[in-house]
Design a protein. Sequence first.
Length: 141
Amino acid sequence: MGFILYTTDSKLSKEDEEKMAKRVAQSKGIGNFRSLYMNVPAGKEKGIQLIPVGDIATKDEFKRIKDITAQDILVSHRFPPGKGGIVPTNTAVFGDPEKVGREYLRDVIIPICEIMSDEINSDTEIVNRKDLRVEFDLTVV
């Protein structure tokens, strides 16, 4: 995470203040957080403070983004959460894993396998070559 370097020294020269501001601006915190230097010569608080930016909020935001990303990946692949070992976060129930697995196989995996084998086997370099043809066992148990 980035930070704010806050000083209140009225005796700090303009040259030193510019050097510190330049160094802090060139640094980069963890992730996309940048750091900032500010000098308030008439400030009444402590002479120098290092104030973290986004400490708690960053952790909360990371968890939220991680959870959304996991959901997006599962949804994009139409993968059943129960089959992936996902624990429900609310009172939802994922259903019988065997039935869900058979439905997933029938509705997603088999159609993908059929598309893949059709594309591979219709390739001009493979059409006449029995040794390069692809065939999947698409029986559902």
